[in-house]
Design a protein around this ligand. Structure first.
Ligand SMILES: *Cc1c(COP(=O)(O)O)cnc(C)c1O
Length: 464
């Protein structure tokens, strides 16, 4: 067997990759033609590729590398834990110190009475857990018919069969027989794209009250829970109008349905508090966590569960769990990640120092002729690309065409920004410095200039 090292020429690595590695959320045949970019190492907020280029990662990987790349402490902790106890399960009346310590720490950090953790290997798995847990809760409460979960169109909750069904991405639903029964979707609070002539405040209320209308339509005694991201991430960093969440919270309380806050992106400092629920004043019964829990260094996810729900679930055998629920190496690394976030006051910096600095600079992108709005909360933000700002008009070209062209320019300028249709997203490592924030904005502006030129040259500067 040939050894695969970083020292093969890029083209050879790309050929092997195309021949044997199936990529998530990619058209394999298209990717084979262009060749995947080969990332070889990373440090702080910078990636290095096989051509020796240094790239500013304004996406923190996939919204997860909150403490930045290359922290030696996490490597040390992982090595120590692998030597001491690389694996044991938590199924049959056994436990281990890393799972105990991480659970206690999460209970301390999580708001309110969210004091119990059920582990998974990822956000998708955790949301599958949540789906079964809320239904089991109501079964135990003697209301087995209270089983429908309401979610939102364009939400992202993962891509397993359960979590992909909970999400509201039509592209995911269109493959493999999703969504599964018992899940209903309402519209998202995306004012810029869908608000029409309503003010953001009126629109926020209108979208929140869709939840009430949906509960009325289905019957309160058939609805188990509402699931939502405090700020939609993969849907395009959609920050709801101020009126939205207080109304949603009122409805969940009055109608006696559980609320699951999917904190997979918002958790662990992204919005300037430990959890997005704190930033937006939400009171979830369950929070989904993953990504920033370990800053992406190892796979781990989980559900942080309230006293109320945990007590009911705890009274029966919950026939659910994963081989890697509470994996000791993952728990140890996550705990070390939380220590760094806490001791280096990274969450406070996002709230009070570098976060406001990034927000101020990011807002200036709204002055660019192709940008309709630039919004950010904590360190997650997005800009809407438009050929006509005042009308909030989309491009006539298929949604995503212009976003893709702009992202290509970002790549060429050694900046990783993502596009979701025609919105451009940033979510950098939370440790990004002020000079690197300046560089991020400089490269973003240049990429927008070049993207706009490419769009015009292609004859696509047309409102739809
Ligand atoms: C990424 C994400 C998930 C899925 O997490 P995986 O670890 O990829 O399974 C779930 N919810 C939200 C909000 C996410 O952003």
């Amino acid at each position: 067997m040939q050894q695969i090292t970083n020292h093969l020429p890029t083209a050879e690595l790309q050929a092997l990759d195309a021949a044997h590695h199936m990529h998530p959320f990619s058209t394999q045949s298209d990717l084979a033609k262009v060749g995947a970019r080969v990332i070889t190492s990373a440090s702080g907020v910078r990636l290095k590729d096989s051509e020796g280029q240094e790239i500013l990662d304004a996406m923190a990987g996939l919204w997860c590398v909150n403490i930045g790349y290359g922290r030696e402490e996490l490597a040390q902790v992982a090595a120590r834990q692998i030597r001491e106890l690389p694996y044991y399960n938590t199924f049959f009346q056994t436990t281990h110190v890393p799972a105990i310590a991480l659970s206690a720490k999460l209970a301390e950090l999580a708001p309110g009475d969210l004091n119990h953790v059920f582990y998974a290997g990822s956000g998708s798995e955790a949301n599958d857990t949540n789906l079964r847990m809320v239904r089991t809760y109501w079964e135990q409460m003697g209301k087995p018919e209270k089983s429908i979960v309401i979610s939102r169109w364009n939400a992202y909750h993962g891509s397993s069969v359960g979590s992909g069904s909970l999400g509201g991405m039509k592209g995911i639903h269109s493959q493999g027989g999703l969504p599964i029964p018992g899940i209903e979707h309402i519209d998202q609070p995306h004012w810029w794209a869908e608000g029409g002539d309503l003010s953001p405040e009126e629109f926020g209320l209108e979208r929140a009250r869709q939840l009430e209308a949906k509960i009325d339509e289905l019957g309160e005694d058939r609805v188990a829970a509402f699931i939502a991201e405090p700020v939609q991430g993969a849907g395009g960093v959609i920050i709801a109008p101020d009126t939205y969440w207080p109304e949603v919270m009122r409805i969940c309380r009055e109608r006696d349905i559980l609320f699951i806050a999917d904190e997979v992106i918002c958790g662990f400092g992204r919005t300037g508090n430990w959890f997005g629920s704190q930033t937006l004043n939400l009171t979830p019964d369950i929070m989904t966590v993953a990504k920033g829990l370990s800053s992406g260094y190892v796979p781990i996810g989980g559900s942080i569960v309230s006293d109320k729900v945990a007590e009911v679930i705890g009274a029966t055998e919950f026939n659910h769990g994963y081989t890697y629920s509470g994996h000791p190496v993952a728990c140890a690394v996550a705990l070390e990640n939380l220590r760094i976030l806490e001791e280096e006051k990274i969450v406070e910096k996002v709230r009070e120092d570098t976060g406001p600095y990034l927000q101020e600079k990011f807002a200036t992108l709204a002055d660019h002729p192709m940008v309709g709005e630039a919004k950010m909360i904590g360190m997650m933000g997005s800009i809407a690309l438009t050929p006509d700002k005042s009308a909030r008009a989309p491009f006539a070209a298929d949604a995503g065409t212009v976003g893709y062209m702009t992202r290509e320019r970002c790549f060429a300028n050694n900046l990783i920004m993502r596009h979701v249709y025609d919105r451009m997203i940033v979510s950098p490592p939370l440790v990004i410095s002020k000079p690197d924030i300046d560089l991020l904005i400089e490269r973003a502006w240049q990429s927008l200039d070049e993207g706009m030129k490419a769009v015009k040259d292609a004859g696509l500067w047309v409102a739809g």
